[in-house]
Design a binder for this molecule. Structure first.
Ligand SMILES: Nc1ncnc2c1ncn2[C@@H]1O[C@H](COP(=O)(O)OP(=O)(O)O)[C@@H](O)[C@H]1O
Ligand SMILES: [Mg+2]
Length: 365
């Protein structure tokens, strides 16, 4: 899998861009605030129709611009496909080979990217919400149909919460609210089962690779794992619906839905204990590195083609042994890579590498 050409116009601080990246390692070197992460975000957005920085895609539209246009020509199995996205406040237009893909899920599968950012390293000690979004990024990649499930879940959840609010504020009669809530309980419970199933499936798939990668990175006998934390694993839709009914009084009081996978978490573990509280900083980094490595492996196997890796802000923070492992591994696991850094010397790759400078949103070869 390889990006042949990349175009962006009206995207964040990026100058109008037309780039033909090299086959393997593309290294973008620039100071802070020059647009390095913006560039990776642009690629990620074309591939996944989401951003790893914001939940509002219109944030990508450059200040003062009407719309953002992004596109990529990607070759997979000798087949070239053209991906295009147009973003404006409140609107997103998507084309695959010049046509609107129907259903939208047809858009995915030929352009797989895995992103790794420095923020990911803080996840074991971060908020459950950040970990959920991180987990969901992996699930989307592995199972494109999850996009529909997760989007539907969020929609019904929002609607249910607004009914709770209206009922609490008295703008909706109690009977009417009860009726609406029973409808949404059923819908939400059904979707909750699918969300939980997709997430646990994904974690089961990356589990063995993650453990293996962790021991390769740290060269200790310690084991690392990721465990889905939810009150709802193994519960049927009917049982979840029942739980929602029982929690309705509390939901009305708090004007929010207490039960559901939007409250779940994924726990990163070292030797079966919560890594956030027990692991050293270095071990935490290794755990996240192992997770990403596992994702690359699983994705590559599932699609019969190595995914594209976006590696943001490579620094010298990792110790030399880990850094070396990372780059050695990249060379075997990923196909094309887009790497950003403040200094080219942090990137320990010598072969198949092209360096670009990025300055004020301009990319200079
Ligand atoms: N929608 C936008 N329009 C124009 N500029 C933006 C927009 N969003 C962010 N920026 C600018 O992008 C720059 C940060 O780019 P970023 O890619 O995060 O830098 P870095 O090279 O440090 O990764 C900042 O100067 C910020 O003001
Ligand atoms: Mg950055």
């Amino acid at each position: 899998m390889r990006v042949f050409t990349l175009v962006a116009d009206g995207v964040r601080n990026l100058a109008r861009l037309q780039l033909s990246p090299r086959e393997r390692f593309n290294v973008f070197v620039g100071d802070n605030g020059q647009g390095k992460t913006n560039l990776l975000e642009a690629i990620y957005t074309i591939a996944t129709l989401r951003s790893f920085r914001t939940s509002k895609l219109s944030d990508l539209v450059a200040f003062g611009a009407q719309e953002a246009r992004l596109g990529a020509r990607v070759v997979k199995d000798e087949l070239v496909r053209v991906y295009e996205v147009e973003l404006a406040p409140g609107s997103k237009k998507v084309r695959l080979d010049g046509k609107a893909p129907r259903p939208l899920s047809r858009y995915f599968g030929g352009f797989n990217v895995v992103v790794f950012t420095p923020e990911d390293l803080a996840l074991p000690r971060g908020s459950p919400g950040d970990r959920r979004r991180f987990l969901d990024r992996g699930v989307f990649n592995d199972e494109p149909s999850y996009l529909v499930t997760a989007t539907d879940y969020d929609k019904v959840l929002k609607t249910r919460n607004s009914v709770l609010k209206q009922a609490a504020q008295g703008t909706l009669g109690a009977r009417q609210a009860e009726e609406l809530l029973s409808v949404y309980d059923t819908q939400l419970a059904g979707l909750a089962v699918s969300v939980i199933a997709a997430r646990t499936r994904f974690l089961e798939r990356i589990g063995p690779e993650m453990a293996q990668a962790f021991s390769a990175i740290t060269r200790t006998g310690l084991s690392a794992s990721a465990r889905y934390v939810s009150k709802l694993v193994g519960r049927s839709a009917e049982e979840i619906e029942q739980g929602m009914r029982e929690g309705r009084v509390k939901d009305l009081a708090t004007q929010s839905t207490q039960l559901g996978p939007h409250r779940d978490d994924v726990m990163l573990e070292l030797e079966g204990r919560e890594a956030g509280s027990f692991a050293s900083q270095g071990q935490l980094r290794a755990i996240m590195l192992a997770w990403k490595t596992a994702e690359l492996e699983v994705l590559g196997r599932a699609h019969g083609d190595q995914p594209i890796l976006l590696l943001d802000d490579v620094s010298s923070e990792l110790d030399p042994a880990r850094n070396e492992y990372l780059f050695e591994h990249l060379a075997t696991l990923a196909g094309q890579c887009f790497i950003t850094t403040t200094s080219g010397s942090h990137v320990l790759l010598s072969r198949d590498r092209a360096d670009y400078r990025i300055q004020g949103g301009q990319i200079l070869e």
